[in-house]
Design a protein around this ligand. Sequence first.
Ligand SMILES: C[S@@+](CC[C@H](N)C(=O)[O-])C[C@H]1O[C@@H](n2cnc3c(N)ncnc32)[C@H](O)[C@@H]1O
Length: 385
Amino acid sequence: MSGDSAPWSAATPRRWVAICARGLEEILEREARAAGLAVETAEAGGVAFRGTLADGLRANWRLRTANRVLLELASWPAPDDEALYRGARELLAGELAGLLGPERTFSVAATSGRSRVRDTRWVALKVKDGLVDGQRARFGERASVDRIDPDLALRVRLFEDRATLLADSSGEPLDRRGYRLETTAAPVREQLAAAAVLASGWDGLGPVVDPMCGSGTLLAEAGAIALGLAPNRLRARWAFERLPGFERAAFERLRAEPFPAPGPAVRLCGRDLDAQAVAAARRNLEAAGLGDRARIDLGDAFAFEPPPGPGLVAVNPPYGERLGAEGDAAWRRLGDLLKQRYRGWKAIVLAGGEGLGKHLGLKPVRRIPVRNGPLEARILVLDLW
Ligand SMILES: C[S@@+](CC[C@H](N)C(=O)[O-])C[C@H]1O[C@@H](n2cnc3c(N)ncnc32)[C@H](O)[C@@H]1O
């Protein structure tokens, strides 16, 4: 390599951003601190921390509520497309040449907000052109673009005429845990389910009941938290494996580190009225390695007698689309069920769409507004005294 800057080093502390669904920032921040990451700021849709590549791996491995973990590479003023291009090209003159060299295939995606250059495809193209021209100038050759499976998936965020270049260190989004082999109508996202359990203040003791369990996501996430299982323990591929400086032995050591496991004897009980949901939940919990802890039966939530508690009752009812008095009555009935059968338990209700759980007849200890994909949702945390 020509040039006189210090080479790229995986041991250099850098800025990373773990991104999450809007509304989960505070829960993610707490998780990041508990994982030993040096949190800098919680911002809309994410948490920034400083760390080495090893810390980036740790974030990917431990965070249950993040969507992905991005490594910040550079930031420069970009009021027009020429500045966007030049800033990208100049990156190849410095240490980033060790990462952005011609030997790695790459892709560039872009977002733009409150900036003069608004066309995101144009933003991505200008940055790509800058990078490959910088590569040609420094190395005499350029990298290939691979949109499907690049070695380096780059993102440019243009915000208020400032460009920030980030590299994805996760690959598949972190909610693709690998246990959801079968899905049912309206499953809850894995990070949202994990966030609800983390927000509940549950101590990990006693059984977990989801009386309307669908495909079993809340049970799978609560079980993993109680037993201290890594959220993405089933995943075989990570984007960080292709970053320079990645050491498999270090990753294996990280994988072997224990998580807190507050509920080693946890039992998971699910119910659903729909036989397909019951079959899906059984299969998914089996795939998650939780089959021997779980009992999923066909039946009505309102006829289910929970095991001795207290424990955690988690429910994501299907009342989203119902309108008017019928929906209100369904919520009230669920509230009554929780009050009567789960006294002394911690409860979480995931409410989406119309109503958002306003008619439960119980006062939540916490009400956390979140985005569940394109939908508005609420995590309601209840203490059933
Ligand atoms: C929104 S889905 C739950 C999705 C689940 N959290 C998941 O991740 O797959 C609601 C579920 O409640 C079930 N359900 C509706 N009424 C029920 C009742 N009275 N008793 C038991 N299950 C019920 C439906 O069959 C559906 O599977």
